[in-house]
Design a protein around this ligand. Structure first.
Ligand code: S3P
Length: 171
């Protein structure tokens, strides 16, 4: 029996590691569609993620995020970019593990901190000391991010190099 290769890549990783930059580029190179679960949630709720967090609470966002993942998880030839917290839930980890080639994008906390300077759209980093929060959240989540098929640091390689390396690991 021929074993069909999974024709679907999921990008996981902490906020601002480059999922929404690498994702469309990778999709274009592979001739795949690009899907972003955060965008699906915002479109369904007709609200920005920060508004969902502030007005309805994080748990409402997490439900909507799971619904968005379920909606796209069987799409053929797709690169799915996920929100940084999607891996916090076993229900999402299970879908990603069984249905996609999981790529974890990584960065040092200091780099994330620099990248999110002035960005008001990240409710979880809206604190007195964002670098401390980033470092803490990353440490808590590391074991989930590292449960992947391939991982690459987006600060050590160019966007094109990242795509090339992901493609050769995938094929
Ligand atoms: C989150 C990451 C965000 C977004 C939400 C929660 C997280 O997505 O889903 O603000 O828990 O890390 P990005 O990783 O695309 O910024």
């Amino acid at each position: 029996m021929e074993i069909k290769q999974i024709e679907r890549i999921a990008l996981i990783g902490f906020m601002a590691t480059g999922k929404s930059t690498i994702g469309p580029l990778l999709a274009e190179r592979l001739g795949y569609v690009f899907i972003d679960t955060d965008e699906l949630v915002e479109a369904a709720a007709k609200m920005k993620i920060s508004e969902i967090f502030n007005n309805l609470g994080e748990s409402v966002f997490r439900e909507a995020e799971h619904d968005a993942l379920k909606l796209v998880i069987n799409m053929e030839k797709a690169v799915i970019s996920t929100g940084g917290g999607i891996i916090l839930f076993e229900r999402n980890r299970k879908l990603l593990r069984t249905k996609t080639f999981v790529v974890n994008l990584t960065c040092r906390p200091e780099t994330i901190f620099k990248r999110i300077q002035g960005d008001q759209t990240r409710p979880l980093l809206d604190t007195e000391d964002p670098l401390k929060r980033i470092t803490l959240l990353m440490a808590e989540r590391r074991k989930y991010y590292e449960d992947c098929d391939f991982q690459i640091s987006t600060e050590d390689f160019s966007e094109i190099e990242c795509c090339e390396k992901i493609e050769s690991a995938y094929k």
